[in-house]
Design a protein around this ligand. Structure first.
Ligand SMILES: [Zn+2]
Length: 205
């Protein structure tokens, strides 16, 4: 993708096809939510796509390259997914970003997606304390230690089905730390929904 592409909102962020921010082919890389096994997280985890191909490109374009128009697509996908994970009313708790990363990206990208989900309330109650580093390149243990004791809960989601929302799940360390922090504050997380999963595909799960 070139700098020029970022200036042309009518170019698909997944494949470069002209005419829309996300073409039908790339949109179809996201399917209905599939349950995946992620040991240590607790509540059921659902993913909309593997972290590869067009789905990965779209997530990266939204997260790292400022393709904000994609929030409407992601919001619609998550709204459809919520019906499968449990009864409404739903409250989305966006997984928190490091403050510096959010500043560099011009805002908290998961909050932006949650706010684009027309069928759920949003409770941005999770914050990362200072000291959390970028998890890219860390081992599973490193990711756990990076987050240990550094997720804080500021407020309570309203009653209903509480769903943690994140863009990609790898080791599950972030989801586990968020669920644990919420539990410590007396909040039950009913499900975790991620746009993509970077975990190896496990047939039948
Ligand atoms: Zn496309």
């Amino acid at each position: 993708m070139t700098a020029l592409d970022l200036l042309l909102p009518s170019t698909c962020a997944g494949c470069g096809h002209r005419g829309t921010a996300c073409c039908a082919t790339c949109l179809a890389s996201f399917g209905p939510p599939e349950p995946i096994q992620v040991p240590g997280v607790g509540p059921p985890v659902w993913t909309l796509a593997p972290y590869q191909g067009a789905a990965r490109e779209l997530v990266l374009a939204f997260k790292e390259r400022g393709a904000r128009a994609l929030s409407a697509w992601f919001g619609a996908l998550v709204a459809c997914a919520l019906v499968a994970v449990g009864p409404g009313p739903w409250t989305l708790v966006p997984a928190p970003s490091r403050r510096r990363a959010a500043r560099e990206r011009g805002g908290d990208h998961m909050l932006r997606i949650a706010e684009a989900v027309q069928t759920a309330s949003v409770a941005p109650v999770l914050r990362l304390r200072p000291g959390v580093v970028d998890s890219v390149g860390l081992t599973a243990g490193g990711r756990r230690r990076n987050l240990a004791g550094r997720v804080e809960v500021c407020g309570r989601p309203p009653p209903g089905t509480t769903v943690l929302l994140d863009d990609v799940i790898t080791t599950g360390a972030t989801a586990a730390a968020c669920v644990r922090a919420l539990r410590g504050a007396g909040v039950r997380t009913h499900a975790v929904v991620v746009l993509t999963s970077a975990r190896p595909h496990q047939p039948g799960q």
